[in-house]
Design a binder for this molecule. Sequence first.
Ligand SMILES: [Zn+2]
Length: 78
Amino acid sequence: MQHRDVMDEGDVAKSYADRHNQDALNRVLANARRPVGLGSEFCIDCEDEIPADRRQAQPGCTRCAECQRVHERLTGGV
Ligand SMILES: [Zn+2]
């Protein structure tokens, strides 16, 4: 019974890890499929999805608004 509890926890953790890895992989693939110059569907910094309205307002953007702010602060506003 004790062993079964441990195995269940391990299965849950493994399942979560598999899903997480698959999710990350999908995001990398989604980015790789984007033609150069059209920006990225997912933020290259935090990997959050970039909202469609932001992508339309900022063609070629590769970061979400939050990461773009940080990036501009770190690079002197460029
Ligand atoms: Zn971001």
